[in-house]
Design a binder for this molecule. Structure first.
Ligand SMILES: [Zn+2]
Ligand SMILES: [Zn+2]
Length: 372
């Protein structure tokens, strides 16, 4: 089978080969899935460029990719599952690619998303930029045709957005999203779909903010306001937000950028007793909080670190949102009918020409024809 392999500890095309690989054999408790669609995630970009932050997690050669959907090809011994999760050959599925131990205190208290032994397929084990991928049956998520293939391709990332927004009921709330990359964009869509009264988007790229405005216009969503916090003085942006929120501040901040400036800006604009849901990773691991006394303690804010997807309540909520009409297909801005175009796909993602880049290893039409 054809797969995208991190073949050497090098940046760029020298470190990634699109090549023929053996088809994985599903062992007991595992299933083999024919990949219909797979999407590039920020993590893949780090692997491609061999960024220092990713090196401890990936040992070449490794097939990467962890956002995908597909159709079950074969089922290993004892892997068919029973009851409502029963698996059959041909089923349309995705998978949670964080593999957890089931034994640590977090796993044993319903918090498997912070398992201390988390292994990620596509980093620690082979992943989904391939014609076929092997995963534990317990991690398989059954899908239905209300999830288009183009969306099924990135449920992992959509799950990050849903997890970021699921810590608080967004109905009627004012929500600020700092950073309009792919997951910020999906969070905006979830907020609008969930009945947020106001969505404020901040970014440092006019191109991304224009995408946000086009999205809001396409939804006839008048209560979206987008601000460039690089070219506009943040004090002026704060004043505009004060006007929009009657001087109260926003109820919820979804922090997607990892930038110190954005985190501090979020603390500045959040209301007394408000909530910050923090997904973005700072480049240098550390962040300095301005006026911690006033903006954190005296404000009585709640700050939540978001990692992965809750297993499996985030998946359940995500599928319920999609079933009820959540539209995120618009974030797919580039598609390729072959993994051979991987280098070109990464280049488009690097240049911010596409929020999401999706590959169809056997072509979109052929994959679509497998949908029952
Ligand atoms: Zn990812
Ligand atoms: Zn565990």
């Amino acid at each position: 089978m054809i797969a995208v392999v991190k073949s050497a500890p090098l940046d760029g095309p020298e470190g990634t080969e699109i090549r023929d690989c053996p088809i994985p054999e599903p062992g007991p408790g595992e299933v083999l899935i024919r990949v219909a669609a797979a999407a590039i995630c920020g993590t893949d970009k780090h692997i491609y460029h061999w960024d220092p932050s990713i090196r401890p997690s990936v040992t070449p050669p490794r097939i990467y990719g962890h956002e995908f959907c597909g159709f079950i090809e074969t089922i290993g011994e004892g892997a068919a599952r029973a009851h409502e999760g029963a698996l059959q050959v041909g089923d349309y599925v995705s998978a949670e690619m964080h593999i957890i131990c089931g034994e640590c205190p977090q796993c044993r208290s319903g918090n498997g998303h912070i398992c201390i032994r988390t292994q990620i397929y596509g980093l620690h084990e082979d992943g989904a930029f391939a014609e076929l991928v092997k995963v534990p049956a317990s991690n398989v998520i059954k899908l239905a045709p209300f999830v288009p293939l183009r969306v099924g391709a990135f449920l992992d990332a959509l799950g990050n957005a849903v997890h970021t927004t699921q810590i608080i009921d967004l109905a009627g709330k004012s929500v600020a999203i700092t950073g309009f990359g792919p997951i910020g964009a999906m969070s905006a869509a979830v907020a609008e779909h969930s009945g947020a009264s106001l969505v404020i988007v901040t970014d440092v790229s006019d191109h991304q903010l224009e995408t946000a405005r086009r999205w809001a216009a396409s939804r006839n969503f008048a209560n979206m306001h987008a601000f460039n916090v690089r070219t506009t003085d943040p004090r002026d942006v704060k004043q505009a937000i004060d006007v929009l929120t009657d001087g109260v501040g926003v109820d919820v901040v979804c922090e997607m950028s990892g930038s110190s400036a954005a985190i501090n800006f979020g603390l500045d604009i959040v209301r007394m007793g408000g909530t910050l849901s923090l997904l973005g990773l700072p480049a240098g691991h550390s962040v300095t909080i301005d006026d911690y006394t006033r903006n954190v303690i005296f404000k009585g804010v709640s700050m939540h670190g978001i990692i992965g997807r809750r297993m499996y309540s985030t998946w359940q909520r995500m599928l319920a949102l999609l079933r009820s009409g959540l539209d995120v297909e618009w974030v797919v801005q580039a598609t390729f009918d072959s993994l051979d175009d991987f280098h070109e796909g990464i280049a488009r993602f690097d240049r911010h020409e596409a929020l999401k880049v999706v590959f169809f290893p056997e072509g979109e039409a052929k994959a679509q024809a497998r949908m029952k």
